[in-house]
Design a binder for this molecule. Structure first.
Ligand SMILES: Cc1cc2nc3c(=O)[nH]c(=O)nc-3n(C[C@H](O)[C@H](O)[C@H](O)COP(=O)(O)OP(=O)(O)OC[C@H]3O[C@@H](n4cnc5c(N)ncnc54)[C@H](O)[C@@H]3O)c2cc1C
Length: 329
C-alpha cells in the first residue's frame, strides 16, 4: 500500500519484519522477495535514486539496453505494491537500536513536513550513493549532459566510449587513475584536473607514456546540444573537442541515518557478509552502499539475498511457524 501523510497512522503502531531504507533497484528487489516470503515490509524512499539518473540501462539481462532507469523503478514499485508491500516517499533521519526492534525516525514531506516513527525487527540499508559532479558556475550546464554522454560509470558505459575522444574529469590523483582503465576502450584520452589537485611527476610521466593529454586549466562550461556533449570551453577561452566524458570525482554515501549504529565500513561502503549482513546481525546492506560492484544487476541480486537470509533468520527464530499477529494489515 502506498503510504501518505493521511494514512500513515494506521501503520505506525505495527512492528514490521523489515524496513528497507531506499527504493532504488536494490531496495525494490529486496521488497519483491520479502513480501512473497510472507514477511511484512516497508520501503521508505526519498526519491532521486541513482538509477533514476541512468538514461539507458546497460548490461542487464532481459531488458533492452535503452531502458531508462525511471522505467525500471516504476515497474519495480508497481511490482512491490502488487505483492502487498508498504511504500512511503520520505526521508529516514535516524535509526535507533532498541534491542529487539529498531526505531526508525522519518521526515515526511518537503513542505509542512511531519516527523513519524516506525519500528522493525530488521533493517535493510539500500540507500545507495550519489556521484559528485564538476562544480561549475552554472550547474545546469553539467546536468544537461551528465548521465547522457557525460558518463559516471566506466563499467556501465566503457563500451559506449570505445574509440571515442574522451575527457576524464577527475578530482584527485587517485581518481585520475580511471583514465588507464578507460584505455581498454579508447586510446584518445584527455585528463582534466580542473586545477583541483597537484599532479605528481609520476602521474605526468605515466600519462605521457600512454600518450594521454593533461589539461589543468579549469573548465568553464561543457559544449553541445540535445544532451550530447561535444567539448569543453576552458576558463582561458580555449575549446577542446570531445565525443564523450567520464566523471571521476568520488561519491557521497547516503548513510547519515546509520551514524549512531556501530557498523563496519571500508571507505564509505558498508562491509557485509555474502548474504548482505553487516557487522550488526539484524542490519543488512546492499547495492552501491555496500562493498561490491555498483551495478543494477548486483543491487537486484543483493536484494534477493538479504531478503532470503532475513526469512531464514526469522523462520529459525520462530521454529518455522509464522507469527500471524505481525503480518501487515
Ligand atoms: C548515470 C548513471 C548510469 C548508470 N548506468 C548503469 C548501467 O547502464 N547499468 C548498470 O547496471 N548500472 C548503471 N549505473 C549504476 C546503477 O545506477 C547503480 O549501481 C544502482 O542504481 C544501485 O542501486 P541501489 O539500489 O544501491 O541505489 P539507488 O538506485 O541509488 O537507490 C537508493 C535510493 O535510496 C534513497 N535514499 C538515500 N538516502 C535515503 C534516506 N535517508 N531515506 C530514504 N531514502 C533514501 C535514494 O534517494 C534512492 O532512491 C549507472 C549509474 C549512473 C549514475
Amino acid at each position: 500500500m502506498k503510504l501518505t501523510k493521511h494514512n500513515l497512522s494506521e501503520k505506525t503502531n505495527q512492528v514490521y519484519d523489515v524496513i528497507v531504507v531506499g527504493g532504488g533497484a536494490g531496495g525494490l528487489s529486496a521488497g519483491i522477495y520479502l513480501q512473497p516470503y510472507l514477511l511484512s515490509s516497508l520501503i521508505i524512499d526519498k526519491g532521486k535514486a541513482r538509477s533514476l539518473w541512468m538514461q539507458e540501462l546497460h548490461n542487464y539481462l532481459g531488458l533492452p539496453p535503452d531502458t531508462p532507469g525511471k522505467t525500471l523503478l516504476k515497474q519495480g514499485k508497481e511490482h512491490y505494491l502488487s505483492v502487498g508491500g508498504d511504500l512511503l516517499n520520505a526521508y529516514v533521519e535516524e535509526i535507533i537500536d532498541e534491542g529487539e526492534t529498531f526505531l526508525v525516525r522519518v521526515k515526511v514531506g518537503r513542505t509542512n513536513s511531519i516527523c513519524v516513527e516506525f519500528r522493525a525487527k530488521y533493517i535493510i540499508a539500500a540507500s545507495g550513493i550519489i556521484d559528485h559532479l564538476p562544480a561549475l558556475e552554472k550547474m545546469q550546464n553539467v546536468f544537461d549532459y551528465a548521465g547522457y554522454n557525460l558518463h559516471v560509470c566506466l563499467l556501465c558505459d566503457g563500451y559506449e566510449m570505445r574509440d571515442q575522444k574522451v575527457g576524464v574529469f577527475a578530482s584527485s590523483e587517485s581518481a585520475a587513475q580511471v583514465a588507464f582503465s578507460l584505455g581498454w576502450f579508447t586510446p584518445h584520452i584527455t585528463v582534466f584536473t580542473q586545477g583541483l589537485f597537484d599532479v605528481s611527476s609520476e602521474l605526468r610521466q605515466k600519462l605521457k607514456e600512454h600518450r594521454y593529454s593533461l589539461v589543468e586549466t579549469p573548465v568553464k562550461q561543457f559544449l553541445g546540444e540535445n544532451h550530447q556533449m561535444n567539448g569543453v570551453e576552458l576558463e582561458d577561452g580555449s575549446v577542446i573537442n570531445l565525443e564523450a566524458g567520464l566523471i571521476s570525482m568520488g561519491s557521497r554515501y547516503h548513510s547519515d541515518y546509520l551514524e549512531n549504529l556501530d557498523l563496519e565500513y571500508q571507505g564509505g561502503n558498508l562491509i557485509t557478509d555474502q548474504m548482505g549482513r553487516t557487522s550488526h546481525p539484524r542490519i543488512f546492506a546492499l547495492g552501491d552502499l555496500k562493498v561490491g560492484m555498483n551495478q543494477v544487476v548486483v543491487a537486484a541480486a543483493d536484494g534477493a539475498m538479504s531478503a532470503t537470509q532475513i526469512w531464514r533468520d526469522i523462520r529459525r527464530q520462530t521454529g518455522a511457524k509464522r507469527n500471524l499477529s505481525n503480518l501487515a494489515a
